[in-house]
Design a protein around this ligand. Structure first.
Ligand SMILES: Cc1cc2nc3c(=O)[nH]c(=O)nc-3n(C[C@H](O)[C@H](O)[C@H](O)COP(=O)(O)OP(=O)(O)OC[C@H]3O[C@@H](n4cnc5c(N)ncnc54)[C@H](O)[C@@H]3O)c2cc1C
Length: 312
């Protein structure tokens, strides 16, 4: 992009976004739980629901790519970083409504997409609503959770969704019911659309019962997962009828490392950045694990982590 076009682009962005929310050359290691990855050329902290559509329209006019970032807990950004614009949905777009009821037994809560799943699960618990106990320990946002159909211990976010409000890449608003969202194992219909609001429906229980279940599931998580290490949760999806962690462990790969990244000793499907590794090393480790598991067991492991950005 030449100097004049860039100045015009910045001029338009500055009209659409408060200056403190438009950042430049932002290391993505600060925005991802893997704590690695190169910088985003420009990053917008989204703070109102009109901004994404406006920014998408500007980006289209200037032919600039747009990336969507939630809590970065399932993201591997390559070392060359992100060209163009990253839209970050975090605290500034993280409101959660009070529960509303229609019949006294089922309640709906609507969250902005930057709200953390744990905050939504806790809001539900405060109101004695059951359903989202499984989500209390998943470190993503509501938007990322819907895109990935986040799930654990038999629960999936998609099962509780009533409605998802999105903006498509042309800047048009769209609203989808649960059926229209086509939720499946770690997937939904969303490819490019950006989630703005999610409404879930939960049933009345008691706060105590919900808190007990949440505590129990979080303890199981702490026991099995290396939660204090930079990681992205499960690196690979569960292959049909098997567990990726068991397959990787059966190949003797626990503790195997490349540069600053390694296969966790605690849970083999968690590849962790324990020694200040790079995205290149992480991708090499992923490939090594995939190759070894394929050779030893015949099973192809498919990444769950979303890989974006440019090589260095
Ligand atoms: C320690 C740990 C434990 C984990 N445990 C689990 C688990 O038990 N179950 C599970 O399912 N996952 C788990 N994860 C992975 C991760 O937390 C989930 O995939 C989560 O849903 C990702 O949400 P996020 O906001 O961090 O999304 P990001 O990582 O920021 O993004 C993931 C994808 O969602 C897209 N996205 C993000 N926000 C939006 C939006 N507003 N609109 C449209 N697309 C969007 C991104 O573009 C990207 O494609 C774990 C991760 C860690 C680090």
């Amino acid at each position: 992009m030449d100097e004049t076009a860039r100045a015009e682009l910045l001029g338009e962005l500055r009209l659409a976004v408060p200056s403190e929310d438009l950042l430049f050359n932002v290391p993505m290691s600060r925005y991802t739980s893997l704590a690695l990855g190169g910088p985003a050329e420009m990053l917008v902290e989204v703070s109102d629901d009109g901004q994404p559509a406006e920014i998408l329209r500007i980006a289209k006019r200037f032919n600039v790519p747009v990336h969507v970032i939630g809590n970065g807990s399932n993201l591997l950004v390559k070392d060359g970083g992100l060209r163009g614009l990253a839209l970050h949905f975090g605290d500034k777009f993280g409101d959660i409504s009070e529960p509303a009821t229609h019949d006294g037994a089922a309640y709906t809560i609507t969250a902005q997409s930057g709200a953390l799943l744990s905050a939504l699960a806790n809001a539900a618990a405060d109101a004695g609503l059951t359903g989202l106990e499984f989500a209390a320990g998943i470190p993503g946002t509501v938007g990322g959770g819907v895109r990935m159909n986040a799930g654990a211990y038999g629960g999936e976010l998609g099962n509780f969704v009533v409605n998802v409000t999105c903006v498509d890449r042309e800047g048009e608003m769209a609203s989808y019911t649960r059926e229209e969202m086509q939720f499946g194992y770690r997937k939904s219909r969303l490819t490019g659309e950006i989630v703005l609001y999610v409404t879930v429906m939960l049933r009345k229980s008691s706060e105590d019962a919900v808190r007990v279940a949440m505590r129990e599931l979080n303890a199981r998580r702490r026991d099995k997962q290396p939660l204090t290490m930079p990681c992205c949760g499960s690196t690979f999806k569960r292959p049909q009828g098997r567990f990726a962690g068991e397959l990787i462990e059966s190949c003797g790969l626990k503790g195997y490392c490349i540069g600053g990244v390694s296969v966790s000793e605690k849970h083999a499907n968690f590849l962790v950045n324990d020694q200040n590794g790079t995205a290149k090393e992480y991708l090499e480790l992923m490939e090594h694990v995939q190759r070894t598991v394929k050779k030893e067991t015949g099973i192809e492991l498919e990444p769950e982590v979303q890989i974006i950005g440019e090589d260095e």
